[in-house]
Design a protein around this ligand. Structure first.
Ligand SMILES: [Zn+2]
Length: 258
């Protein structure tokens, strides 16, 4: 894909991210790897109204080479992802509402709830908090990037990546959709997890469709119905509890006398 087309794609996906509430105001950033250069969004511009000439070019360390505007301060996160994933050629970072709610609560999306998500996105962990725009944030991703295609950033947002920019965008869109369904489901009651057998069947299909993203399952993901520890809740009235304690004390006294 030539540079002009890459510039147009970033503007198009920026518009979709803004339209879908994945970013607000000037938030978020996007990039495409073109050989040994990165084409990236500048800082301080709304992603819904990007123009091809606004974009900047950096080297693979995130050092700006060209462009009128200044590169996003969050380019360091992108650098880490490209370094650890040779199969990745594009990245989306945003603050999608429901996914970010999970990131703020520190709750990863690791349960087997929907077949499409198991197959395409796998599990989504939460990276430890790092100050935005610093190396601390970029470093918090190092251990997770090789094993996952989407990561929640604690108290911050989400990052997804793929073979091209549309694939990266689909992942952040699916992540947000799934996070929303997850939160709504829990407001209705306890979610029903897919069984291990159902997940095994999905993974067989996954291979058939040639999905080459990391093998999420080796990390105990996703959590299936069989993995859930059953916690039985017992409710007692005050009288029943007092009777029970009395009985226990009587039994203990008998024991001491004997
Ligand atoms: Zn951010």
């Amino acid at each position: 894909m030539d540079e002009t087309t890459c510039r147009e794609w970033i503007c198009e996906i920026g518009r979709r991210m803004y339209a879908k509430d994945i970013v607000a105001a000037n938030e978020g950033n996007l990039s495409i790897r073109m050989g040994n250069r990165l084409l990236a969004t500048p800082t301080g511009v709304c992603k819904g109204f990007l123009k091809p000439e606004d974009l900047v070019i950096t080297d693979l360390e995130g050092e700006q080479i060209s462009g009128e505007m200044k590169v996003s301060t969050e380019i360091l996160m992108h650098v880490v992802v490209y370094k650890h994933r040779q199969d990745v050629h594009a990245i989306c970072h945003g603050h999608p509402v429901y996914a970010t709610a999970h990131a703020v609560a520190g709750i990863p999306l690791t349960e087997a709830l929907m077949p499409e998500v198991v197959v395409t996105l796998g599990c989504v962990p939460v990276a430890p908090y790092g100050t935005p725009s610093t190396r601390e944030l970029a470093d918090s991703l190092v251990d997770l990037v090789p094993n996952f295609d989407a990561i929640l950033l604690a108290n911050h947002g989400a990052i997804t990546y793929g073979a091209d920019l549309e694939q990266a965008f689909f992942k952040i869109e699916i992540l947000e959709h799934f996070a929303k369904i997850n939160i709504l489901t829990r407001s209705l009651g306890e979610p029903t997890l897919l069984s291990r057998e159902a997940v095994d069947k999905l993974f067989a299909v996954r291979e058939k469709y040639g999905i080459t993203a990391p093998e999420f399952r080796q990390f105990g993901c996703p959590v299936t119905a069989e993995d859930e520890v059953e916690v039985e809740t017992v409710t007692l009235s005050r009288n029943e509890l007092e009777d029970l304690l009395e009985q226990v004390i009587l039994e203990m006294r008998k024991g001491v006398k004997a």
